[in-house]
Design a protein around this ligand. Sequence first.
Ligand SMILES: *Cc1c(COP(=O)(O)O)cnc(C)c1O
Length: 353
Amino acid sequence: MSRPIQAHINLSALKHNLHVAQRKANGRVMAVIKANAYGHGLLRAAEALRDAEGLAVLDIGDAIKLREAGSRQTILLLEGFFSIDELALIAEYDLATVVHSQHQLDMLDAYPRRQALQVWLKINTGMNRLGFTPYELPAVMERLRSHRALRELVLMTHFSHADEAQGIDAQLELFKGITAAYRVPRSLANSAALLRYPAAQGDWARPGIMLYGASPFADLSAQQLGLQPVMTLTSELISVRSIKAGEQVGYAGLFRAERDMRIGTVACGYADGYPRHAVTGTPILVNGQRTRTLGRVSMDMLAVDLSDIADATVGCCVTLWGEGLAVEEVARAAGTISYELLCALAPRVPVRY
Ligand SMILES: *Cc1c(COP(=O)(O)O)cnc(C)c1O
């Protein structure tokens, strides 16, 4: 027997969530599978997402792996290329690349092949992370208009507040205004914008988190959005004990029992990707029943309250997140977002599909 922790990846749920995204989108769907498909496994996720019209990654090595594994869709590099050598690979593997900087434009100019590249030109409409300013756009478009290396052009931007009350209006208006003159496809929406703002759909939507069955919103659950969790992280109780009122639990004694109680130790800690900042009271399931974590999360273990789960014994199944317990709830209790928890699943955790 090995350590009982496991991540279960439900590929039918991934397909289901893609279909939710496709029903929402008027145009095509570029499934975002960066960061090892948000921790779900690049190639397995890509295979389940073969109905998506495109796949988006960061790493050119990942893009090549996808092509070599047989993906025929548009494959987009979200940060583009970092050296001129990569342009030859981009052409060879028929990848699409973001171009977001003057530096990248200069490399494009130095690239000799004709009509070899699909470029997604990134415009900064307020995120201030990557992209050309609205002011720079006309000159950049002029420079690309008859560029020898280009085969296709898409205009894209990224919203900074699609999941928040402020919304996307200002960025959307700006983007529409500055791109109105150009007859090329557009790509705007991440998951939050796709789910909430039909006006932001464009020709290509770029959903990520919703595909994995998590809600991008604080005020709407994944279930309310019709999404199914894809990753379920489970483990078992490896120790059960009774403690007396006044006793402490774990490092620094962060939890102190107010009355006599039963507690359990779960084989899961921050070295598995469980957030160390999850506070006492973070929801967790034991035998399918909801209870709470106690005290500080250790590297390999954490403590749970078994006071109301009388039949809990060593070997009982524990769900850290996933089916029956939304990963967003755990993230909130740890002061973070679902994205970070999913991406942080540690390589030491065995994954079952
Ligand atoms: C990560 C990313 C997305 C996907 O965002 P979600 O919030 O996960 O839907 C879309 N577009 C770009 C440019 C990204 O970097």
